[in-house]
Design a binder for this molecule. Structure first.
Ligand code: AMP
Ligand code: GLY
Length: 425
């Protein structure tokens, strides 16, 4: 079987790496991929958003299954393009991907489905939004751009002045382009954040092992929001009781409500939760695997991933045996470029990758890397996801940071406290 993975981040590297281990799979392509996928599978020089050329490639190569990693092509409708040409593809349709593509749409679905989430209002004009902020008694408030903004379109604002500045940056200065045509303002929730991901084939829902991301840039959860600076799995906060609550109160009603809205969901449904004193509430839905959550989760998956994703794409998840998981803990530490999540310093050669590759139970997944004149250089904000399996959280953390120590480039940095949240459980 031939598989095509669409995307170029750490999530796509772990997907390609895991799919290649399947005895059923003869070749894995990654479009466009990065320096890490180049080493493990075959890169294809087509941008992740060029649906027509990707479908053309899949047809010409006889690709049996395409797996879409990132949100942008999903929201743009790549799955619809593939399906129209009779190609098997894992991921939600354009209509269902709106769950991530529009925060106002997601909030509306949650309201219809009675899913617990932060109280909110959606706005189309700056004047209305500012009036609401001035009249509202309670701060803090969270201001969100409606559309996609690579995890950066959310401002948690402690004061009215901060909230108004965030609205102006989105709606007047257009910091996130058309993603800020509409905004959502909601109450701030407090608690631990946990990511619960589930495979969905329209009917059947199979949860994956839970992970915890670290969204803030710096140690101790300080600094600006990022796409995620590291993750570990399993997450001790995700008790069996919590998983039951999430399935019955969040995942099932959401999948049913999407179907009623003519947006049947197939793919990975990702619920970003805040565990509040009143129970879990949804911060956001994503319509794909999390990045970096996919790295520790898939490193722990023992089951062959190819038949699983294939069954999900065909609506046959019900026929699968239970997924098998490595009982050990996986920790993924993201190494980032100088400047991230702001303007970046890129193009620096990365050294020490071969030394890190020697370490047991460790895999360095690439994200923002490329090959330049034979050298691996940093090209993006999040550059590497250094992931290790250990007997417990401290062992996995120790191994991951040991690998981090082998690797260097000009300006490289990472959080030093990835997985420490597990100790607060
Ligand atoms: P989102 O893209 O909506 O998940 O937001 C990104 C991050 O912003 C989340 O992972 C949280 O850390 C934070 N955030 C979003 N909404 C809220 C909220 N209502 N209260 C507190 N923090 C939030
Ligand atoms: N790590 C958060 C996300 O993938 O959206």
């Amino acid at each position: 079987m031939k598989v095509l993975v669409i995307g170029s981040g750490g999530r796509e590297h772990v997907l390609a790496w895991k799919l290649k281990q399947s005895p059923q799979v003869t070749q894995v392509f990654c479009a466009p991929g990065n320096a890490g996928t180049h080493e493990d599978v075959t890169n294809v020089d087509i941008p992740a958003t060029d649906s027509e050329r990707l479908a053309q490639f899949a047809r010409a190569e006889g690709v049996d299954l395409t797996v879409v990693g990132p949100e942008a092509p999903l929201v743009a409708g790549v799955v619809d393009v593939f399906k129209a040409q009779g190609l098997k593809v894992f991921g939600p349709s354009k209509a269902a991907a709106q769950l991530e593509g529009s925060k106002a749409f997601a909030k509306d679905i949650m309201r219809q489905a009675n899913v617990p989430t932060a109280e909110y209002r959606a706005f189309r004009t700056m004047e209305d939004a500012i009036q609401f902020i001035n009249e509202r008694e309670e701060v803090p408030l969270v201001v969100k751009a409606d559309g996609l903004a690579a995890g950066k379109g959310v401002s948690v604002c402690e004061t009215r002045a901060e909230a108004i500045a965030a609205v102006k940056s989105m709606m007047q200065d257009r910091a996130f382009g058309t993603a800020g045509d509409r905004i959502v303002i909601e109450e701030k929730l407090v608690g631990q954040e946990v990511s619960i991901l589930a495979l969905v084939d329209g009917r059947t829902i199979i949860t994956l092992e839970a992970a915890q991301d670290h969204k803030a840039a710096y140690d101790g959860d300080t600094g600006p929001n990022t796409g995620g600076m590291g993750a570990y799995s399993p997450a001790p906060f995700a008790t069996p009781e919590l998983m039951d609550t999430v399935i019955t109160q969040i995942l099932i009603p959401t999948v049913h409500t999407l179907k009623r809205n003519n947006a049947e969901f197939r793919g990975v449904l990702y619920a970003g939760l805040m565990l509040t004193s009143q129970g879990p509430k949804v911060l956001e839905f994503n319509v794909r695997l999390g990045d970096p959550e996919a790295q520790p989760i898939l490193m722990r998956l023992k089951t062959d991933l190819f038949p699983v994703l294939s069954a999900a794409a065909e609506g046959k998840l019900k026929e699968l045996p239970d997924l098998e998981w490595d009982e050990r803990t996986a920790v993924c530490v993201v190494m980032a470029s100088e400047g991230y999540p702001g303007p970046l310093s890129t193009g620096h050669p990365i050294r020490g990758l071969a030394d890190a590759a020697e370490l047991p139970d460790t895999k360095v997944f690439h994200a923002g890397t490329a090959l330049q004149g034979g050298a691996v250089v940093n090209t993006g904000g999040r550059v590497l996801g250094v992931t290790a399996l250990g007997d417990d959280v401290s062992d996995a953390k120790r191994k991951a940071y040991e690998a981090v120590k082998c690797i260097r480039w000009q300006g490289a940095w990472c959080r030093k406290d990835i997985s420490d949240k597990a100790r607060q459980s």
